[in-house]
Design a binder for this molecule. Structure first.
Ligand SMILES: Cc1cc2nc3c(=O)[nH]c(=O)nc-3n(C[C@H](O)[C@H](O)[C@H](O)COP(=O)(O)O)c2cc1C
Length: 370
């Protein structure tokens, strides 16, 4: 009997040690991945390389980084357009979000150029030119002093998918972050309740659509190796997963399983929790034209950088704008002057965090003419 007990204890001990070992390994493997984006562009001044890197830290749908840039160093000119191969065909067949993302890129570009002492002139065309460019920027160095605070704000901005704190957003803070073409809906108002319910309903419609699931799965990343190789898409870190939770997520999920029912159900549950803790939404409005979308992107990123200054965390929740019948009726239902182009969930968190810096090497999408 005693011998039997001893054997049982030994087995329990071995299992315990194995589990501990597994947990320690999972924690070690779960450390944050660091993408070292190559900023070098032949014949380009170092501060302009930095500006271009800061611009790329802009928000963009699915982190597909669908921008293409042409730089003419002699003339001090830069052209920005959509890389068609990176457009999200299912959720964004009209390229609305692609152009909003370019607008976000342009705000970061402008902010970073100015931070490095450049004056810039930004033109947004009505429609893309024959080379597919929608915007031209001319830049000229006029000052030597660098505004590090502005650069830090860009580095800090990130999409925070966590559940926010219960702390209400005061009207004063709402006023400070509501810039041109935006409206803040705080918890307690009818329009807040409408966005909260509509967003979850739209996410449920999307999640039932296999084409949507397939596209999302394509842009999700399921190992550090994949993140380092592709330098784009949505990593575990961007989902708010760290340590052993990140490792188990990578061990148990793949591009194939992410297309299935279980993953879709988890996505709906995550959204439910995100919306349950939500204290406010910001809606950004603008014209339904290509230029209007770029302008909405410019506005959205200015608002987001303001949110960073106010320690307000942000997550775009685009499902209503990507899905019928919600997209058709949202402007009328909210009673806004112009169509709604972005919906941002806003709130407070304990630790603000920073951008995960998963961005491609500059030479991958920037061509330089000298
Ligand atoms: C037009 C647009 C739509 C977006 N829609 C969503 C969304 O519905 N849900 C979400 O979690 N993030 C959304 N995002 C955030 C992107 O996923 C995020 O910007 C990208 O993954 C890069 O991460 P970062 O913002 O932390 O740099 C959206 C961003 C843009 C510009």
């Amino acid at each position: 009997m005693k011998k039997k007990m001893k054997v049982v204890f030994i087995i329990i001990g071995i299992i315990g040690v194995l589990i501990m070992g597994l947990l320690i390994m999972a924690t070690i493997l779960g450390k944050e991945v660091t993408v070292k984006t190559d900023k070098q562009l032949e014949g380009v001044a170092e501060d302009v390389e930095s500006v271009l890197y800061y611009a790329s830290l802009a928000p963009n749908s699915h982190n597909s980084q669908m921008w293409k840039i042409q730089l003419n160093t002699k003339a001090g000119e830069l052209f920005v357009g959509v890389d068609e191969s990176r457009v999200l065909e299912v959720v964004d067949s009209a390229k609305r979000e692609a152009y909003i993302s370019l607008g976000c890129y342009l705000t970061n570009l402008q902010t970073a150029f100015e931070a490095y002492g450049y004056d810039i002139k930004l033109d947004v065309y009505d429609k893309p030119d024959e080379n597919g460019f929608i915007s031209k920027i001319t830049y000229k160095k006029t000052r030597d002093k660098v505004d590090y605070t502005a650069l830090k704000t860009i580095e800090k901005r990130h999409t925070d998918k966590s559940v926010y704190k219960d702390t209400p957003i005061t009207q004063d803070v709402a006023d400070a972050i509501t810039l041109d073409n935006s409206i803040c809906y705080l918890d307690g108002s009818d329009n807040f309740a409408y966005l909260k319910k509509g967003t979850l309903d739209a996410i449920m419609v999307q999640s039932a659509n296999q084409a949507y699931r397939d596209e999302l799965a394509e842009w999700m990343r399921f190992s550090d190796g994949e993140v380092l190789e592709k330098q784009d898409g949505i990593s575990a870190e961007q989902m708010g997963l760290k340590g052993m939770v990140k490792t188990f997520y990578y061990w148990t999920t793949s591009h194939e399983s992410a297309k299935g029912d279980t993953f879709a159900k988890q996505g709906i549950n995550t959204a439910k929790n995100q919306l349950e803790g939500c204290k406010g939404f910001l809606a950004v409005t603008g014209d339904n034209t290509i230029k209007g979308w770029v302008n909405s992107g410019l506005d959205s990123e200015k608002i987001w950088l303001k949110c960073v200054e106010q320690n307000i965390s942000v997550q775009p929740m685009s499902a209503m704008l990507e899905t019928e019948p919600f997209a058709q009726s949202i402007q009328k239902d909210l009673g806004t002057d112009k169509p709604v182009q972005m919906i941002l969930r806003i709130g407070y968190v304990n630790e603000y965090g920073k951008n995960r810096n998963i961005r491609r090497d500059l030479k991958e999408y920037i061509s330089v003419e000298r």
